[in-house]
Design a protein around this ligand. Sequence first.
Ligand code: SDX
Length: 432
Amino acid sequence: MSDEHYRLVGPDANSELELVQHKPTQGPNVLDVTKLYRRGGVFTYDPGFAATASCTSSITYIDGEQGLLLYRGYPIEQLAKSSTFIEVAYLLLYGELPTSDELEKFERSIRTHTMLNESFLRFFNGFHHDAHPMAMVSGVVASMSAFYHDTTDIHDAGHRDIFAHRIIAKIPTIAAAAYKHSLGQPFVYPQNDLDYCTNLLNMFFAVPPTTYEVDALSAEALDLLFILHADHEQNCSTSSVRMVGSSGSNPYSAIAAGISALWGPAHGGANEAVINMLEEIGSPSRLQQYIDRAKDRNDPFRLMGFGHRVYKSYDPRAMIIRKMCHRVLEQLGDKDAPIFELATRLEEIALRDEFFIEKNLYPNVDFYSGIIYQALGIPKSMFTVMFAIARCVGWVTHWREMVRDPESRIGRPRQLYRGPKQRDYLALDKRN
Ligand code: SDX
């Protein structure tokens, strides 16, 4: 891919600057500004990095205008239809779809790393029963650096693989322990003879006095949701993992940073916020007043589950989740579930409204996912934890790519300074 050049003309004639334009495999060209300050004496300004490429990556590609999402070149619709979460995890981590031997070996490694050191379980007793599960999960994942710090050399490929398999295998067990703690129920140990999602649901819902049979459609729906949430390029939480990891920090603490970033309602916390919003709206007769509030710039209310930094068309994941919603409610939940009716009515009205059309605001991945989680019996407080379990694969993959990237440096952005000019200290008795 040959680079082209971009001529930048500064304020006076002789401040012309030639910048390299990198050509990607797909997507817009990228202007290389690494020498801009040294040669041109200026910074770039891009709050929220909406137009800034923070790194070179080969993992996931999104075309927001076309509503295209590719994991290692494979369209999300094809993976959702034909793959499994464990196979997608292998694809993201290693860049290619596995052979049956590779898949069997990878799945066996994940299944045999699901147990937690018993000391982890004591951490949960330190939390109140009503602690938010995201707080518990981020705290316990961060504590993994206390257990594995001395055995993790981030420059050793074998250690990076062990870290990847260990965190992907254990995060469902940690999530289940947080859920059981919030219920005051005994912790259920992982079963190595169960697949990833069946094992997770068993750890969530099994109780000692009875035998528990995981419903096959629930496990299938969860596997699909995990595929759809596994990665999404340089989103807020993935960028947080890259930023923390760029200082060479323990990889478990970098993943904990990603969990913290995901928790925000503007990011992964939106799936919980969508259900809260729909429950607050309550009935179709109140929809219009909430849509009017979302359009009022003086009102901080936003339509949760709508809008996206990159997708300016329908989020392809939301389309797939919406279809699975129908199936799950048909079979598991109440097929005329009021909350699903309300969500589809809200979508219909919003997508006909000039404001949403003009601002390209469509349902995103979080709009329907919570309805499925609810139908599976998972409480709202656990929705973003489910997102974190899936996205852990993407975080680990991006962390590995960054650690191995020869161009990777410690993240350290500059700023547009608007504070006071230099001034001298004023003694206390001189201040009025
Ligand atoms: C995820 O980055 C990723 O890839 C994230 C994610 C992933 O897989 O990792 O896809 C997962 O986080 C999905 C997004 C979940 N969040 C929500 O659903 C929360 C509600 N959505 C908004 O907060 C918002 O749309 C964001 C945060 C998602 C995107 O915000 P941007 O890109 O900063 O867009 P913006 O805030 O500049 O909005 C542009 C305009 C603004 O109006 P003006 O200032 O131009 O007048 O659209 C308006 C906004 O006020 N707007 C909304 C809106 N979202 C944007 N107005 C009402 N309701 C909304 N939901």
